[in-house]
Unconditional design. Structure first.
Length: 420
């Protein structure tokens, strides 16, 4: 009967999420916050239909699949020429802001919360990535949106969920062995250089192979329109699995595959838009599932026990570390101060952090440290969903009214030609 009632609950939630999407979109709240509340109501403190364990492999796999679909969608939205001058925002955010965030979180939690260095670095790597799943309100609205803020946040969300992985491994190694000289060279060569390089090469190679095969077959016998959209899903799965088989970072490969696909399908905008729409529909469905599971995981007793540490970490991250890091990283970019301030504010934490947490749990993180890091992460993610879910719509309306009409900071002739 529990299984039947679970199916009933899932059906009702999907019905509300689809038919009520118009009303949900008009609320002054993010859809993620609405679904999180639904998850709480379906969890132990509601009607009790959803019961999940934080260490359950299913939770890890679900979060993993949500992220790879989302980062592929981010790649499909990338509409800039592949030149460093056109990617200044993500280069600064990834090259400067993300390491700054990891180090700042590690230092603050080590000194203020008393975490050992391994646990502090691991927590920094878990919480540093911004989320590509829950940030739809601040991402590129369509494939021809040239806004710098939305482009920067979209590309950052798509890439830093990939590039935080080496630091997750670093934290896990440091947690198991405090003598860094025993494993640092292996980490640098395998988990940093090789895994990133393999992700880049596999993302390009697999995507190009799928596109080439698609073009060859379509010329001989066109596929059904409905089935053709599923090429996007096959590209995601093939890229991710093949990259993981060679010990590369699958998240990075999938994002790059999205960029490669959108550039190769540029001469066929209908196919590109169809794949993007299909990916966004999958992402929205998976977002509902992820938020419901997160809501069902929340328990009063551990939240109260770890609330001081979790809220302190959330306050430092949201109000100090991210804004300060963004201002420093974007210094000299020529962006108006309010735009840089919004870059600092919209550091939304969500599914990516939950995935890294469950990944660490699956790699042997256990005991009091595991419980402590888990609940700090849950509290930070929920706080981010609430704070950013309430503020995203009014702040973006203010930004679009007062700043988005400004001319681009840097023109790119190739990008302009492609946009036409």
């Amino acid at each position: 009967m529990t299984y039947i009632f679970s199916l009933l609950a899932i059906g009702l939630v999907l019905l509300v999420a689809t038919l009520g999407s118009g009303w949900i979109a008009r609320l002054p709240l993010s859809s993620a916050l609405v679904y999180l509340i639904v998850g709480v109501l379906l969890g132990p403190y509601g009607i009790g239909l959803v019961q999940m364990r934080p260490e359950a492999l299913m939770v890890q796999r679900l979060m993993e699949f949500v992220v790879i679909v989302s980062v592929f969608g981010c790649g499909l939205k990338m509409n800039r020429a592949l030149k460093p001058s056109a990617w200044q925002s993500p280069i600064r955010l990834l090259g400067l802001l993300m390491p700054f965030s990891i180090v700042a979180i590690a230092l603050s939690t080590h000194w203020l919360l008393g975490l050992n260095w391994g646990a502090a670095i691991l927590l920094g790597a878990i919480l540093a990535p911004t989320d590509p799943v829950l940030a739809s309100e601040v991402q590129l609205a369509h494939v021809e949106d040239a806004d710098e803020l939305r482009f920067g946040l979209t590309s950052e969300g798509g890439l830093n969920d990939s590039l935080a992985f080496p630091f997750v491994y670093f934290g896990l190694f440091a947690l198991k062995d405090s003598q860094w000289e025993n494993w640092f060279v292996t980490w640098a060569l395998v988990d940093f250089i090789w895994a990133i390089a393999a992700g880049i090469v596999m993302g390009i190679g697999v995507a190009k192979a799928v596109v080439w095969l698609d073009h060859r077959i379509q010329r001989r016998q066109p596929a059904d329109d409905l089935m053709e959209d599923i090429v996007a899903l096959s590209t995601i799965l093939l890229t991710y699995s093949l990259t993981e088989l060679v010990n590369g970072y699958g998240f990075l490969a999938v994002f790059i595959a999205g960029v490669v696909v959108q550039r190769n399908y540029y001469c066929d905008p209908n196919k590109r838009l169809a794949q993007l729409k299909f990916t966004e529909q999958m992402e929205k469905l998976l977002e509902v599932a992820a938020m419901i599971i997160l809501g069902s995981l929340l328990l009063v007793d551990p939240i109260l026990r770890y609330a001081p540490e979790g809220l302190l970490t959330a306050a430092l991250l949201i109000l100090l570390i991210r804004p300060l890091g963004a201002l420093l990283s974007l210094c000299g970019s020529g962006m108006p101060l309010p735009t840089r301030g919004l870059f600092g504010w919209f550091g939304i934490r969500g599914v990516g952090s939950l995935y890294y947490l469950t990944y660490a749990l699956g790699k042997g993180l256990s005991g009091d440290t595991a419980e402590r890091l888990s609940w700090i992460t849950y509290i930070v993610v929920v706080t981010s969903i609430i704070v950013h879910g309430v503020s995203a719509s009014p702040l973006m309306e203010w930004y679009e009214h007062d700043f988005k009409s400004d001319p681009p900071l840097e023109t790119d002739p190739i990008a302009r030609l492609e946009d036409r």
